[in-house]
Design a protein around this ligand. Structure first.
Ligand SMILES: Cc1cc2nc3c(=O)[nH]c(=O)nc-3n(C[C@H](O)[C@H](O)[C@H](O)COP(=O)(O)OP(=O)(O)OC[C@H]3O[C@@H](n4cnc5c(N)ncnc54)[C@H](O)[C@@H]3O)c2cc1C
Length: 282
């Protein structure tokens, strides 16, 4: 039916006259469609969106995403891509900040809604920024697990390292759920389950609620509990590589600890033994 005929009908016909459904029009610049939304707690959710065929990124990178603001301008924030580089879709893991300009709205989105995805992924939590090693540490707090959710699904991680240790520290047990489920599902994953095997060690801790392992990862590293729990001697420049993603305070403390073990901070332009990225700006 021609468009003008539909318009005429909607304006003049009786309510029970069938009207052709309005075609879905892409309205936002660089828009992508939401395909899945999962609410993990009242402060955390994850979602998946369509991926443009031309969108390339390295597992561990972040990108600017957002919504159109009330002023008609895009409201964008940095988000780590939580899915691996080979996935057909893009996954994100998000905080819900009650008064946050973006997440106060983003948390209400539904399947079929659109978000803005800027096409320029960047970041330092990438394999290219580390020198070869035997053991790779991922240190995350809160939503800082997002880049590692990507990297633990990346085959290169298992090709390049003998052991991968993911530590995730949150306030409450329920805040660990997204990471715990993901790690659990990997062993049976038809695509990379075999590569993961026993190589991935998961070390979750909580700081404000009782759980099998309590404490800040920095304290557990400083007093040697972490090494004792995992049955390893410690961190050395020869064998260990690390990626850190947390609050500015955690990043600073971990950098100090890692440098104490002799590791040096790397970058895309100059690979070294550890890399760090802010999980958010305080
Ligand atoms: C490199 C980079 C990658 C990021 N990746 C992610 C990601 O994968 N997932 C994600 O949820 N956020 C991520 N962020 C934070 C994100 O950019 C926004 O700050 C967040 O989505 C909140 O947006 P907002 O507009 O609602 O509030 P904002 O005005 O941006 O933030 C308000 C306040 O909320 C707090 N806050 C913001 N983000 C977080 C967070 N993630 N955890 C705890 N407290 C927070 C801070 O105190 C901040 O000052 C990242 C930030 C950076 C710099």
């Amino acid at each position: 039916m021609p468009f003008d005929k539909v318009m005429t009908q909607t304006m003049t016909d009786t309510p029970d006259t069938p009207v052709a459904p309005t075609p879905k029009v892409k309205t936002l610049p660089n828009s992508q469609t939401v395909t899945e939304v999962t609410h993990w707690t009242d402060r955390l959710f994850s979602f998946r969106v369509t991926r443009p065929a031309s969108f390339r990124f390295r597992s561990g990178e972040f990108v600017m995403i957002g919504l159109m603001g009330d002023n008609g301008k895009p409201l964008l924030r940095a988000y780590s891509i939580a899915s691996p580089s080979w996935d057909d879709e893009l996954e994100f893991y998000s905080i819900k900040v009650p008064d946050g300009p973006l997440t106060s709205k983003l948390q209400h989105m539904k399947v079929g809604d659109e978000i803005i995805l800027r096409p320029k992924p960047v970041g330092t939590l990438v394999h290219d920024a580390l020198l070869p090693g035997k053991r790779l540490w991922f240190f995350a707090t809160g939503t800082g697990i997002a880049p590692f959710a990507s990297l633990i699904r990346e085959p290169q991680t298992y090709d390049d390292y003998e052991t991968i240790i993911l530590t995730h520290t949150c306030r409450h047990v329920e805040d660990l759920e997204y990471g715990r489920k993901l790690v659990e599902s990997l062993r049976d994953d038809p695509l990379i389950g075999e590569m993961v095997g026993d190589k991935l060690v998961y070390y979750p801790t909580t700081t404000q609620e009782d759980s099998p392992k309590m404490g800040r990862v920095t304290d557990l590293l400083r007093d040697g509990t972490l090494f004792k729990d995992l049955g390893i001697d410690g961190i050395t420049r020869e064998t260990d590589r690390a990626m850190v993603c947390g609050s500015i305070g955690l990043n600073k403390d971990l950098m100090e600890i890692l440098e104490g073990f002799g590791l040096r901070e790397g970058a895309n332009s100059e690979p070294m033994e550890y890399v760090v990225e802010k999980a958010f700006v305080d």
